[in-house]
Design a protein around this ligand. Structure first.
Ligand code: COA
Length: 186
């Protein structure tokens, strides 16, 4: 960690503040429309024409109604959306927390905000007694694979090996919807 990371991690403990410029809060249902815009625009065209509607359908309003307390939204001073994390505590496995979706706006990437949100979620999950966190991503999302590896996640064995030697779970979420699965101990 460098000094900038230290500053962010210290500030991430302060309610309402993420950095001097950015504030963090739990989302509300009225945030749904702008999250949908972010899901279409922040992934750099990943998945082609089908990618944006697939991502949008993966974050329906219910997450902002029923999982808001374990999800975060980051705003700039002018109120525009800077980043978000949608997560929850597993109802089925009392040891597990799950990060469903996270994104940082294109000009905010590599600024420590993604990791600050993840650390905040890790702390919340630990406080709730969870001992591991899981998430998945697409095999072609190389940035996400690199980021999650850097954040201490390990890739779970798959049923085939993809590009770059990544273990892939074929048809994980339906025909043609392959996924890479991550787990990290807390
Ligand atoms: C993935 C994402 C959430 C990461 O957030 P971020 O704010 O850019 O990441 P951070 O700046 O906190 O980086 C944390 C660490 O991961 C590394 N990292 C981040 N993106 C990386 C990338 N594309 N390749 C390699 N390393 C990366 C950083 O260098 C940093 O490592 P360091 O501590 O050694 O400096 C963000 O880039 C994003 O929104 N991407 C598009 C959407 C997406 O793929 N979301 C994840 C799947 S749902």
């Amino acid at each position: 960690m460098d000094d900038a990371d230290d500053a962010i991690s210290e500030l991430s403990a302060v309610p309402g503040r993420l950095t001097d410029e950015l504030t963090v809060r739990h989302p509300v249902p009225a945030d749904h429309a702008r999250l949908q815009v972010a899901l279409a625009g922040w992934w750099g065209g990943l998945g082609g024409q089908a990618g944006a509607p697939q991502r949008q359908l993966l974050v329906p309003r219910l997450f902002l109604q029923h999982f808001a307390g374990t999800s975060f939204l980051v705003e700039r001073p002018d109120g525009t959306l800077h980043a978000f994390l949608i997560g929850f505590l597993s109802q089925t496995d009392p040891d597990t927390a799950y990060i469903h979706f996270a994104g940082v706006c294109p000009d905010g990437k590599r600024g420590g905000v993604g990791s600050a949100l993840y650390r905040r979620f890790f702390a919340l999950a630990r406080e709730a007694g969870r001992t591991r966190v899981r998430c998945i991503t697409s095999p072609d999302n190389r940035d996400s694979i690199a980021y999650h590896t850097r954040m201490g996640f390990r890739l779970e064995p798959g049923d085939r090996t993809g590009d770059d030697g990544v273990p892939v779970h074929a048809d994980y979420d339906g025909p043609g919807l392959d996924r890479v699965s991550f787990v990290r101990e807390l």
